[in-house]
Design a protein around this ligand. Structure first.
Ligand code: SAH
Length: 234
């Protein structure tokens, strides 16, 4: 049962031009409301067509502030403002090695690919094979050929590609899975929705050498992490 209202499925009718206008308006709104600050993230949000990452029956809602259902057991594309909400404090930027846990639609992955640029790398782990194939198709059609997609339990990270400068979890955990902290580069940052007494708090973790610094940002609502470090298993 999601904690938000899913709009009714319908036949997509909007034209590419209408979507382009909605995208530009959305980016302006995100800037005005203080979500979007860095130029690289702004250009990425203008470049990636969010509508291309949404199943047809929900496509016309692409720029509304609502998560939308995706193929798979428990996947949603997060609402538009959540990407700068995560990526700005993460300090996602050029040349970084980026790991995403919870590929979903592949939209956030495509944004990250644009932001880190050719000198960075993007790895994304998805536990649900149906969701993974949906995202693979979206990314391929959108022209992304060098994103590393891994099917498996993202709570374990992606040790063969580690370490990472930035890690983003898009599913809620009880606590940050230890393997992810181990795969975080010194000076690196990780962001995740962490459950605390029934509410999810978007938490930024900085690896500052010998210790870990944590900052709580705001309340969020994400699907629960599955697998070994799942939020529903203890
Ligand atoms: N960033 C995505 C959000 C996806 S929702 C988007 O905006 O499209 C969260 C995703 O995390 C779902 O696809 C779910 O299947 C996936 N997930 C849940 N537990 C996981 C785990 N242990 N490892 C990898 N992916 C996981």
């Amino acid at each position: 049962m999601p904690g938000w209202i899913v709009p009714p499925p319908k036949k997509p009718e909007k034209t590419p031009e209408e979507f382009r206008e909605e995208r530009e308006r959305k980016v302006g709104w995100l800037v005005r409301h203080g979500y979007l600050r860095s130029e690289r993230i702004r250009s990425a949000m203008l470049a990636v067509r969010r509508e291309d990452f949404i199943p047809a029956p929900y496509r016309d809602y692409a720029y509304e502030e609502v998560p939308l259902p995706l193929p798979g057991l428990q996947a949603t594309i997060s609402c538009p403002h959540s990407y700068p909400l995560f990526y700005e404090p993460l300090g996602l930027g050029e040349g970084q090695r980026f790991l995403e846990i919870g590929l979903g639609s592949g939209y956030g992955t495509a944004l990250a690919r644009e932001i880190v640029g050719d000198s960075g790398i993007v790895v994304s782990v998805e536990i649900d094979p149906v969701t993974l194939e949906f995202a693979r198709g979206n990314l391929k059609r959108a022209g992304y050929r060098d994103i590393v997609l891994v099917q498996g339990d993202g709570g374990l990270g992606a040790s063969e590609r580690a370490p990472f400068d930035r890690i983003c979890m898009t599913a809620a955990c009880l606590d940050v899975p230890p393997p992810l902290l181990e795969q975080l580069e010194r000076g690196g940052r990780l962001i995740a929705p962490v459950l605390d007494r029934g509410v999810q708090i978007l938490t930024l973790v900085k690896n500052v050498g010998r210790k870990i610094e944590r900052t709580e940002i705001c309340e969020v609502l994400y699907v629960s992490l599955r697998g070994k470090f799942g939020a529903e298993e203890r």
